[in-house]
Design a binder for this molecule. Structure first.
Ligand SMILES: [Zn+2]
Length: 278
């Protein structure tokens, strides 16, 4: 559906009977258009993007598939979309290798590796790549410049908590910095990869920064209390959680510890079992 002037939201994913899990977008310009994010690895779940492009929009010229990051519900369908539309695929340089390897099926679908600052000119409107590493190494947000609309993928989500995957090149220090830099932009609206749009971007960004800061202080406080091991920290911070939640929570604690070490506020214990405050 057209949610703003020539900006279309295309809901994706979700099991039968459940709501969609992921938001794909298409931005039209006078000369060409661009997909923001590239659907799932399977045709079935990427089909809504193709149907919308073909049936609703009439197969307009599409120069770009702008991918927010390497995860499967954002980058999975790039090969399918590229073959159907002829668009070129742009991915943050830190995630390019993973997207090529995971979703290329023997080809390398990524055409352009982004470092931030690149401009995609659609004719009467422009999209600028904003490097936002943290969630993954190559996370990129896309700014529809004149309108102040920012497409954030998983860097900022309309629902749920962003998990920083240090095992995939993510970094909490970078994530926090990538949030902070967005406060310098004149933003009117955030359209994310999951959940509702965010109509007060700066308030949301400040809230997220505050939450991260509080979590960091909580981890450091526990280290000072002598709670040093990751499992013990997890139990204290998150209590009883489901297995899936515990998996994600562990990544979060690991990411916070890595940031505290980077900032010189914590260090690995000499025994190798856990961390201590510095
Ligand atoms: Zn993700």
């Amino acid at each position: 559906m057209e949610i703003l002037d020539r900006v279309h939201l295309i809901p994706l994913g979700g099991e039968a009977g459940a709501g969609p899990t992921t938001s794909g977008y298409y931005v039209q310009g006078r000369d060409c258009g661009a997909f923001i994010d590239g659907g799932f690895p399977d045709l079935e779940r990427t089909q809504p993007l193709l149907d919308y492009w073909k049936d609703t929009l009439g197969s307009p010229r599409t120069d770009w598939i702008l991918v927010s990051h390497r995860h499967y519900e954002h980058a999975g369908g790039v090969k399918i979309l590229k073959e159907a539309t002829g668009a070129r695929v742009a991915v943050g340089s830190g995630d390019t290798e993973a997207v090529n390897a995971d979703f290329g099926q023997g080809t390398e679908p990524v055409d352009v590796a982004l470092d931030g600052g690149e401009i995609f000119d659609l004719g009467d409107r422009r999209i600028r790549a904003v490097a936002c590493p943290g969630h993954t190494a190559g996370t990129v947000c896309y700014l529809l410049e004149e309108e102040g609309v920012l497409f954030t993928g998983d860097h900022i989500m309309g629902q749920g908590t962003v998990v920083v995957r240090t095992d995939e090149g993510g970094s909490m220090a970078q994530h926090v910095e990538s949030l902070r830099q967005l406060l310098d932009l004149d933003l009117k609206l955030i359209l994310s990869g999951h959940g509702p749009s965010i109509t007060d971007p700066h308030a949301k960004i400040r809230e997220l920064l505050q939450h991260r800061l509080e979590r960091e202080e909580q981890v450091l406080g526990l280290l000072r209390e002598g709670v040093n091991e990751i499992d013990a920290l997890l139990a204290r911070i998150y209590g009883e959680t489901s297995q899936r939640m515990a998996f994600l929570a562990r990544h979060q604690v690991v990411a916070h510890l890595a940031k505290l070490v980077e900032d010189g506020r914590a260090a690995p214990m000499e025994s190798g079992a856990g961390y201590r405050p510095v």
